[in-house]
Design a protein around this ligand. Structure first.
Ligand SMILES: Nc1nc2c(ncn2[C@@H]2O[C@H](COP(=O)(O)OP(=O)(O)OP(=O)(O)O)[C@@H](O)[C@H]2O)c(=O)[nH]1
Length: 362
């Protein structure tokens, strides 16, 4: 029996993984696709967006959400049992697509495909790393010397120069294909600069393709036939290489923090959208996303912020059995989101959601 192909879609927070998968599902080419969605933070936004996207090939049964932490750390407890259940199904999928969290390392996940109970039935068709080309052009992943110096001063045990840059490079090292997404936000010349910067971060030549809103022919993404589970040992992450050279530090996510804010109904959408970027910049929030209840509206409002870019849109009606609420997950570097900062952000978010902040400013 031929093995079921699996594709790992990885990439940093907000790069466009879910958007790319949503487009892939709309152009599945008759494939029955099973989705495994892994998220950092306890809100399950991506899975909710995908099952809410109204694509008949993407029902609740086709989506498995792993929200107990990054898939790279929960391989044994979550990922392997999920794959075993998936493979035990009568109506097996034609292709398995796994969206890692924005903070996951692809290497341990791809290595897990060598576990006996998986290897005989599944092969890794390819690792697709989605890049926010505009964020790269803005230098988001470059070393911010001043910031690293401040980090080191605050925590001499810090064993990474720059956790963002290191993770970004690790996700690129694992790639069979790099998607330079958000190309609509930069011009051609900048895109080519980003392309060569990306090329400089992997020792081997990796195919890159530009995209806008993750729109690419599904045949570009699926059917790479790389068999990456047999190649991943040559695509080591930083901490695996440091381990080999003796300066070992375990792979963890301690540098990152996430928390969920429950707020009330969004009384003043314009005021909220005007105030949110300032809050994000003040606290260096890397990612903020979730859903909001807008009084008088049948549809729920999706809130999507990646760095300073904010997008809100109504995606589907609230279900009869759903509580209309505003719930937002906030993700950032640990030292930016200590307890005091989390309280401050929670209070400020509640104030701008309720419209209080605007009234106070008037
Ligand atoms: N302008 C622009 N926005 C994009 C593009 N692709 C995605 N976005 C927006 O970027 C935001 C994040 O997109 P997602 O698809 O949720 O990103 P993700 O990688 O799944 O995010 P995480 O799962 O949180 O890591 C959303 O507001 C998208 O609409 C693009 O090509 N251009």
């Amino acid at each position: 029996m031929s093995k079921i192909p699996a594709t790992v879609i990885t990439g940093f927070l907000g790069a466009g993984k879910t958007t790319l998968i949503r487009n892939m599902l709309q152009d599945a080419g008759g494939r029955k696709i099973a989705l495994i969605i892994n998220e950092f933070g306890d809100l399950g936004v991506d899975g909710n967006i995908l099952t809410g996207c109204g694509i008949e090939t993407c029902t609740e049964d086709d989506v498995v959400e792993l929200t107990n932490g990054c898939i790279c750390c929960t391989v044994a407890d979550d990922f392997i049992p999920t794959m075993t259940r998936l493979l035990a199904r009568e109506d097996k999928p034609d292709h398995i697509v796994i969206e890692t969290s924005g903070l996951a390392l692809p290497q341990p996940l791809v290595a897990a495909f060598n576990w006996p109970e998986v290897k005989t039935n599944v092969t890794v068709d390819g690792v697709v790393t989605v890049v926010d080309a505009a964020a790269v052009a803005d230098g988001r992943f470059a070393d911010d010397e001043a910031k690293v110096a401040a980090l080191r001063a605050a925590d001499e045990s810090l064993d990474h120069d720059n956790p963002l840059e290191e993770l970004f490079e690790d996700q690129l090292r694992a790639a069979d294909l790099v998607v330079l997404n958000k190309a609509d936000l930069i011009d051609r010349e900048v895109l080519e600069k980003v392309r060569s910067e990306i090329a400089g971060k992997t020792e081997r030549t990796v195919r890159t393709v530009a995209s806008e809103h993750g729109k690419l022919p599904t045949d570009v993404l699926l059917g790479i036939e790389a068999g990456t589970e047999n190649l991943i040992l040559d695509r080591k992450a930083h901490h695996e290489m440091e381990h080999e050279s003796g300066e070992s530090h375990e792979h963890d996510h301690d540098e990152f923090e996430s928390f969920v804010v429950d707020a009330g109904s969004l009384a003043d959408r314009d005021g909220f959208e005007a105030a949110l970027p300032g809050l994000i910049a003040r606290h260096d929030i890397l990612r903020l996303k979730g859903f909001a209840d807008v009084p008088g509206k049948k549809m729920r409002l999706v809130i999507q912020a990646v760095g300073k870019r904010l997008e809100t849109y109504f995606d589907r009606p609230w279900k009869a059995d759903e509580t209309r609420e505003t719930r937002l997950v906030v993700i950032g570097l640990h030292h930016d989101l200590d307890a005091a900062a989390r309280d401050e952000i929670t209070n400020e978010l509640n104030a701008i959601v309720s419209g209080e902040a605007r009234q106070a400013a008037e």
